[in-house]
Design a protein around this ligand. Sequence first.
Ligand code: SF4
Ligand code: SF4
Length: 329
Amino acid sequence: MNIIPIKLERATAPRTTKIVEWRLSNVCNFNCSFCPNEFKDGSKRPLSLENYIKIVDNLIDQSNGKNVWFQFSGGEPTLYPKLIELLSHIKNRGGYTSLLSNGSRTLRFWQDLADKNVLNRLFLSYHPEQENSPNHIIAVNEIMQKTDTLVTMFVTTQTDPSLFQKALAGHLKILAEATAISTLKVIGETSTSIQPYSKDQLSIIQNNLYVRSPKWKLQSPEKFNSMKSIPYYDSEMILEFSDGSKRKNSAQEFVNHGLTQFKDWECDVGKDLMIIEIDEVFRSVCRQGGPIFKNLEEDVSWMTDSIICQKENCNCSLDVQEPKRKINT
Ligand code: SF4
Ligand code: SF4
């Protein structure tokens, strides 16, 4: 008998969190060579704070008591002048906040954000192609480490040998000087393949993933306790096969092992995951089913129905985290 996958479910069910991935604009003050123009050409601006607050309120009001995570990116999301007000509103409403940033705003901006203590998660990227030294981003990290925010530093690598060395030197400097979790990051050539790194480069990257610096390990127990109280979303999934056997992995591991072909499956994207792409809303990163809201003036809300997948490969770990099942078996 041909044994095939038939169902993908969350390892911890029911899920207690909903996730909104929110790209505020494509305005950026950097010009990374690997970044597509659509992410940085400034053609799409953010909307008003009032508009965003209405959406946040709708999504929290309709979450059926689940925790709602709002993760902001861009462009560079810290260039949105009302960002701190938006994060503060989400926290006041009981939501959770996360930010992907190049860290380039002034230390005064970061101190203002730290003083409000309204950020649960921060992913700070150091792009060696854009900045000669990580000194500024190390200073930003040290400010944010004094808050309840869990910070991870991403150091972007590129295959060009001098840029690769610069990235590695930056990562090692961060680990030597900062209270940091730092990781080397591979860069994609297309949305589905990474740049052609050499074997040595890949091995160095593999040995430098999510490294905790000596100073980070000395952080006070209070910080760890405050981090433990946050309901971080869990990406563990269980894949069930037609013979009744099951395999448990993180969503990313299922992607890495090529076990994410769900064409013609019924998929629950849109129920607990939403992608706001500046002025349009999708169920998921894969954009299957097309936009569910074509502008942000509409009453943006969670989906209650499932869709039939038309895509050969489900290759984003966020998308893989949504339950799905083979139909007509
Ligand atoms: S900082 Fe981010 S958004 Fe800006 S150009 Fe670089 S990769 Fe693109
Ligand atoms: S590609 Fe999209 S629709 Fe298809 S299974 Fe993945 S998340 Fe669901």
